[in-house]
Design a protein around this ligand. Structure first.
Ligand SMILES: O=C(O)CCC(=O)C(=O)O
Ligand SMILES: [Fe+2]
Length: 196
């Protein structure tokens, strides 16, 4: 057995820091998802999980959960299938399922989520793949770009409604401040056992 590379292990030829998929949801489906905002309770986002205080420097967003009910199962299924397909093609992570209920995020004027990782110590170390869905038409808001920082370069994602962005939860990303209008998104994580 060799100690230095190569170990005779498989590599990931299709790894990419992110992937995006257009038109995963139709306009009508998105209307139905957005209607959940008025049915569910909303609260100010916390930075990493419950019990933490809000951190205005890092993030200003309102959130609601999309309950994992029978009525919403189609949203979970659509995102779960796409996440698994993306994982099989690019990452090969051990995935067990959604790490939490899907979140519905709403950014009004001046709201943002600055550079961060979705991965960290404790509970969020189970996050493997982060998923974000663009729920607003590009002309409903200004600012509010979803961006990655990869090797000192900023990559801006498409804003088109129905686009799904998938990336390993250890990749640096942000949502720039909304300067006008409202941006809505779904945020989800597929999780599994710690990296090994
Ligand atoms: O709103 C989004 O599209 C992404 C937000 C985000 O990065 C997060 O909630 O961790
Ligand atoms: Fe994030």
């Amino acid at each position: 057995m060799s100690i230095v590379f190569p170990f005779g292990q498989r590599t990931l030829p299709n790894f990419s820091q992110y992937a995006f998929y257009s038109n995963v949801f139709t306009a009508e489906e998105i209307d139905n998802i957005r209607a959940l905002w008025d049915q569910e309770e909303h609260f100010d986002a916390t930075v990493s999980g419950e019990g933490k205080s809000t951190d205005d420097e890092l993030r200003r967003t309102k959130l609601a959960f999309i309950p994992d009910s029978q009525a919403n199962a189609w949203v979970y299924e659509r995102l779960g299938r796409l996440g698994i397909e993306c994982n099989n093609e690019r990452y090969g992570f051990d995935l067990l399922g959604f790490h939490h209920q899907l979140q519905l995020a709403r950014y009004g004027a001046q709201d943002f989520f600055d550079w961060h990782l979705d991965f960290g110590a404790g509970e969020i170390s189970q996050r493997k793949l982060s998923i974000s869905v663009q729920l607003s038409d590009p002309d409903e808001y200004e600012g509010g770009d979803f961006q990655f920082m990869i090797n000192q370069k900023v990559h801006t994602m498409p804003r088109e409604k129905g686009t799904v962005i998938i990336f390993p939860s250890f990749i640096l990303h942000r949502v720039t401040p909304i300067t006008k209008g409202v941006r809505q998104s779904i945020v989800a994580w597929l999780g599994g056992p710690p990296y090994r």
